[in-house]
Ligand binder design. Structure first.
Ligand code: NAD
Length: 241
């Protein structure tokens, strides 16, 4: 393919990896290296290194990017604080798009959540509910974590409540509930609930196909190639910031 973006892909045999390979051609991307478990992660010759694998692969992805000076797109979710720090540190030398969700709709949901929290104020109780397929390994989803971070920032609270069981007492107005449902083949659903007295607002996004994430990740790969070092997310790519 002439003038295609050359991409090395980590997690190539996975659900997201396979979807990215399937749509690459139509997004002017050539996957020059398909890496999965057992392969040495390297990005020589690639314009961008994309990672959709698992969190403990993050360090090797950053090292490969730093070694060959290759921009990164990281879609993997569930990183520990320490694993995130390694990504933040690599972003001092490399442009990195690190996004919990590459769909345009979910990034609109992030924006709407921020606006709704501002408009509705403290009188509304905040709960996040997400549902994913039975094979998903991390919980809550990276997207639910991003939604929680947005609400925490707007409400100036750090208190997250993951599920409830037993005599939990009355709801603390400053807490943000986060609930993960697993089952079937659900690609990804997120609802943010703003529950007030006498009224309730719900913002819901439903992904019906992984293609939306794959196309978003490839759009991010085209964008990140010419960027300066730094940590970016999909809102930077979409110009929503
Ligand atoms: P999956 O389990 O189907 O695929 C993961 C792949 O990574 C597997 O093929 C596995 O063999 C491979 N892998 C494991 N260890 C490896 C290693 N050391 N080196 C190279 N490859 C390795 O999972 P999935 O559904 O494709 O999701 C992958 C990740 O992407 C998850 O963290 C998921 O939460 C995340 N995800 C993010 C978005 C987004 O928009 N950001 C969307 C969907 C999924």
């Amino acid at each position: 393919m002439k003038n295609a973006l050359r991409v090395a892909l980590v997690g190539a045999a996975g659900r997201m990896g396979q979807t990215i390979i399937a749509v690459a051609n139509s997004e002017s991307v050539e996957i020059i290296s398909k890496l999965d478990q057992g392969d040495q992660i390297a990005s020589a010759g690639a314009d961008v290194l994309i990672d959709f694998s698992q969190p403990d692969v993050g360090n090797a992805v950053c090292e490969a990017g730093l070694k060959a000076n290759t921009p990164l797109v990281i879609g993997t979710t569930g990183h520990s604080l320490e694993q995130r720090k390694a990504i933040e540190s690599a972003a001092k030398k490399l442009p990195i798009v690190f996004a919990s969700n590459f769909s345009v709709g979910v990034n609109a949901l992030f924006w709407l959540t921020e606006q709704a929290a501002r408009v509705l104020g403290d009188g509304f109780d905040l709960e996040i509910v997400e549902m994913h397929h039975r094979l998903k390994k991390d919980a809550p989803s990276g997207t639910a974590r991003t939604l929680a971070e947005i609400l925490q920032r707007e409400r100036k609270t750090t208190q997250l409540r993951y599920g409830r069981e037993g005599i939990v007492g009355e709801r603390d107005p400053s807490e943000i509930g986060v609930h993960a449902i697993r089952g079937g083949d659900v690609v990804g659903e997120h609802t943010v609930i703003f529950a007030g007295s006498g009224e309730r607002l719900e913002l819901t996004h439903r992904a019906a196909s992984r293609e939306t994430f794959a196309r978003g990740a490839l759009r991010a790969a085209h964008w990140v190639k010419g960027e300066r070092p730094g940590l970016y997310d999909m809102r930077d790519v979409l110009g929503l910031k």
